[in-house]
Design a binder for this molecule. Structure first.
Ligand code: GDP
Length: 426
């Protein structure tokens, strides 16, 4: 069974905890896109872990974790994650971590370029996490990127590095007026952080194909959400990779295989990190209170997230582009204090009401149309069965399910591994 867990919204939906839950019994968990620009937070009996690059299955014994060819990898950052996990007693070995030889290396100069570009943009910045992700994906499509497998042939790598750094330096000096780059520090960085990773590097496609042929369970884990997808998201305020389930087999190394099941993760309210249109944004005290209750601060950057009520227009679009078969609705407990819960059911754009998610400047002009539902005003973190939830909470979930048009099969009511409810199809 090949299953993907993907984000329906702007990211931070709680995918990490769903992967942690559903990876039990899986042979492999695979990251197929992105770099260390976002993070999953997983809380279990061993502690609280923020994973930016490593697949969330790394916390489960017996699960093999794969970093696919669609990823971009900051080697230094990866070592930081490996060392922190090892310090917490979590094994990270070539047996439980496999890195694609085709995955792209994100070198320090791309991180620097990301910062230079955001500074050049000034007030019009895209809200990049400044981890080098856009420049390195740019390099990849310009065919100027270095890949993990190249570390195995230092002579060839050195020759390509000379050429690439000479080219990159033209951008640094000519476009940004920055000092020129030299290959030596990059070379040292590659040798220091890259060479020791070689035992982890392999053809992950062959490995996964073999598992799929044997009928093993493979879980594909997305970073960010549908609205950050480079093609279908709120461009240019998107990530630089495809966050969609349809890309999972390609970015994982098994382009010839199809997913059996797509599980979309959406949050019981809306959050968005960084810039870009966010029609349901709640400002002022109400926004602060929701942010506080939900602990909405970026896992990768610590940035306060923008928050707002559930947005059914954006979510229905997210469900469609992800091709979700079922949904997990997370963080329902965060709404427990509210007397009334607004839900955005449509947008009003230029005086016309629409339930379709628009693109471009129409999205900037979209005003949310709300329906208010009664709150439940009591904690629900202890609930493990649907019947234990207050009727208002059940009604809230039913309402959202109808609006997005896809069965909600899981609810989460707290960050701990066990704080969830399985919900039958209705
Ligand atoms: P991801 O990138 O989609 O995995 O999302 P993040 O890990 O950035 O954000 C999810 C955050 O919400 C983490 O801090 C989780 O521990 C926390 N979380 C997940 N599910 C729940 C829940 O049901 N209730 C509460 N209160 N927190 C949750």
């Amino acid at each position: 069974m090949l299953r993907a867990i993907v984000g329906i919204n702007w990211g931070d939906e709680g995918k990490g905890r769903m992967v942690d839950l559903l990876s039990s019994g899986c042979k492999a968990v695979v990251r197929y896109q992105g770099g260390n620009n976002a993070g999953h937070t997983v809380v279990n009996e061993r502690g609280r872990f923020v994973l930016n690059l490593l697949p969330s299955g790394i916390l489960r014994e017996g699960v093999v974790n794969v970093m696919g060819p669609g990823m971009v990898i900051d080697l230094e950052h990866l070592w930081g994650e490996i060392i922190r996990l090892r310090e917490a007693g979590v094994a990270v070995t070539p047996e439980n971590l496999k890195i694609s030889d085709r995955a792209v290396i994100c070198p320090p100069y791309d991180r620097q370029q990301d910062i230079l570009e955001e500074e050049r943009l000034g007030a019009a910045a895209y809200g990049s996490t400044r981890r080098g992700i856009a420049p390195v994906y740019g390099d990849k499509y310009l065919k100027k990127a270095l890949r993990m497998g190249e570390l195995a042939d230092p002579d060839a790598l050195s020759r390509r590095l000379q050429d690439i750094v000479r080219w990159k330096s033209l951008t640094f000096t000519g476009v940004y007026g920055a000092p020129p780059l030299t290959p030596q520090p990059v070379w040292e960085w590659l040798m220091h952080f890259g060479q020791p990773l070689l035992p982890f590097v392999c053809d992950t496609g062959r490995y996964l194909d073999e598992l799929a042929r044997r009928g093993d369970d493979i879980l594909f884990e997305a970073q960010l959400g549908a609205l950050r997808d480079i093609d279908y998201g709120i461009y240019p305020y998107t990530s630089s990779s495809s966050t969609l389930a349809a890309y999972a087999p390609i970015g994982a190394g098994v382009p010839g295989r199809q997913l059996d099941r797509v599980i979309g993760v959406l949050k019981a309210y809306s959050t968005c990190v960084g810039e870009g249109p966010f029609p349901v944004e709640l400002l002022g005290e109400a926004g602060d209170a929701l942010r506080q209750s939900g602990g909405e601060y970026g896992a990768a950057t610590g940035r306060p997230r923008r928050v707002g009520p559930f947005d059914a227009v954006a979510s229905r679009y997210g469900v469609r582009v992800q091709g979700a078969h079922e949904l997990a609705l997370t963080k329902l407990d965060v709404l427990s204090d509210l007397a009334e819960i607004p839900v955005c059911t449509a947008y009003r754009i230029d005086g016309r009401e629409t339930a379709d998610f628009p693109m471009g400047s129409a999205l900037d002009r979209a005003e949310p149309v709300y329906t208010a539902l009664p709150g439940w005003n009591r904690p629900i973190g202890h609930c493990r069965r649907l019947e234990e939830l207050p009727p208002q909470a059940i009604a809230y979930v039913d309402f959202i399910e109808r609006l997005v048009g896809c069965p909600i099969t899981y609810l989460s009511v707290g960050p701990e591994r066990e704080q969830y409810i399985e919900r039958g199809r209705s």
